[in-house]
Design a protein around this ligand. Structure first.
Ligand SMILES: [Zn+2]
Length: 467
């Protein structure tokens, strides 16, 4: 039997009609686009003070060409006339890139060097651009409490200069909780992947090159490779859904290898090897701006390790009218941008401006996009692991109750940055009505006995929310 071509095409057309491109809706946001612009502008100015931006016109204009091509492909409903898109290359080695609210984008030289073609560069840029047009930075802040709101700008800076750049420098503890603000969750990542794929296709690139670049980043085992992933966690099936979306989008003769890309890579090869971000920023931050805590530039004050046992009497603190908590009377309160830590003398120090503690408990709020407590807790632990590569993953969660809310508790272990010894990390979380995650993280050396676990339980039980 022979079927004419016309008959065969019928079911194919039907499939194409059913498989429409995914509709992405920007999340709820109580900020104005003008506020995005202001926040991003301040953070970009700070980034330029701290990071070695490459002034070379040819390289800048190459990045701008790719960027403008993508910007021209932003769908009409996601265009914000206030936004100003800028594209700058940073002379550091790590495979990383970030974009700030309102439009400023910075792409590391290491990213351009690792890309195999222009399509892969465009893939990362389209993903970053999608976070900007969907206004994910301020959408996260929308879910924050007033306790955090005043700190949004500082948190963005922390994400840029601190956690986003290989080390947590400005916000709170070595855990880098503060940077969780601009460290996107899985739902926003999925949105940026899909929206990025659609923008790429409209700009004439093959969205599968975005998936290829993510694979390259995953394979990169050096410092910086995993950093992009901890800021942009893989929702799990990234390659599958990007490939499926690409199938629907169908780009004929996509732009992949270009002369401009080859020229820029050749030029980079002739330059001296890029420094690491840490090398490049070591001396850049001696004059820290306001809005971040701690000092930088090699200032080291390690915990002494001489720590008194927790006092059996407790003292109650009121945290900015947000919550009350009671802690052993011989622990001191150490506030940072959006967390508070209680720790005994000798348990607390800082290195290169990042805070280290060996005994004590940190409390704070984290935004999250899911309303499922366990997923939100796993995301929190993902973000802890960004600054603590030897942190174990939870094997089980125990139900608990915190401030009359349903809570979870899990115990992890980690290798202390300060002592090199094994430490126990107790993570407590509860979901608040406003979608925020309340968390408490207790840290003590593994050989300190279960006394600390009892103290952490008591501290967590004492938490009273004030609103
Ligand atoms: Zn992302």
């Amino acid at each position: 039997m022979h079927f004419p071509d016309g008959m065969k095409s019928f079911p194919l057309l039907l499939t194409a009609a059913l498989a429409a491109q995914t509709v992405i809706t920007a999340p709820e946001n109580k900020y104005t686009p003008a506020q995005d612009v202001q926040l991003g502008r301040d953070a970009a100015a700070e980034a330029r003070r701290q990071l070695p931006v490459i002034g070379d016109d040819q390289m800048t204009s190459y990045l701008e060409d790719v960027g403008r091509r993508l910007v021209a492909a932003i769908p009409p409903d996601l265009r914000h006339p206030e936004f100003r898109y800028t594209f700058e290359m940073v002379n550091v080695r790590e495979i990383n890139a970030f974009a700030l609210p309102g439009g400023p984008m910075f792409v590391n030289r290491g990213m351009i060097e690792a890309a195999r073609n222009e399509g892969e560069v465009a893939g990362v840029m389209a993903h970053e651009l999608s976070h900007v047009v969907l206004r994910h930075g301020t959408a996260q802040a929308t879910k924050a409490t007033p306790y955090e709101i005043g700190q949004v700008a500082g948190a963005i800076l922390g994400a840029v200069i601190g956690g986003g750049w290989g080390r947590v420098i400005s916000e709170g503890t070595q855990f880098g909780i503060g940077t969780a603000f601009l460290r996107f969750g899985r739902e926003f990542e999925r949105q940026a992947d899909i929206e990025g794929a659609q923008i790429m296709a409209r700009a004439g690139y093959d969205p599968r090159d975005m998936a290829n670049m993510f694979r390259t980043i995953e394979k990169q085992s050096g410092p910086g490779g995993p950093q992009w992933l901890s800021d942009h966690p893989n929702p799990g099936d990234r390659y599958t859904y990007i490939t499926e979306e690409a199938r629907v989008l169908r780009v004929d003769n996509p732009v992949r290898d270009t002369r401009g890309f080859a020229d820029v890579q050749a030029r980079l090869r002739r330059m001296p090897r890029a420094p690491t971000t840490e090398e490049a920023t070591r001396n850049a931050g001696r004059n820290r701006p306001v809005g971040t805590t701690g000092s930088r530039g090699g200032d080291t004050r390690m915990p002494t390790g001489r720590v008194e046992a927790p006092s059996s009497s407790y003292r109650t603190y009121d945290e900015n009218g947000e919550f009350r908590v009671s802690v052993p009377a011989n622990w001191r309160e150490v506030q940072s941008a959006n967390t508070v830590t209680f720790a005994p003398d000798g348990a607390y120090g800082s290195r290169d401006g990042s805070t280290i503690f060996t005994h004590g408990i940190e409390l704070g709020f984290a935004r999250n996009e899911t309303h499922d407590l366990q997923t939100a807790t796993e995301e929190l632990i993902d973000s802890l692991a960004g600054g603590n590569p030897r942190l174990t993953r939870p094997s089980r969660f125990d139900r608990t109750s915190i401030a009359d809310r349903r809570g979870l508790h899990t115990t992890l272990s980690n290798v202390s940055d300060a002592t090199g010894g094994l430490e126990t990390v107790d993570v407590f979380t509860a979901q608040l009505d406003n979608g925020l995650l309340l968390y408490a993280i207790g840290v003590a050396p593994a050989n300190a006995g279960d006394n600390y676990q009892r103290v952490f339980d008591r501290v967590v039980k004492s938490i009273e929310l004030r609103r």
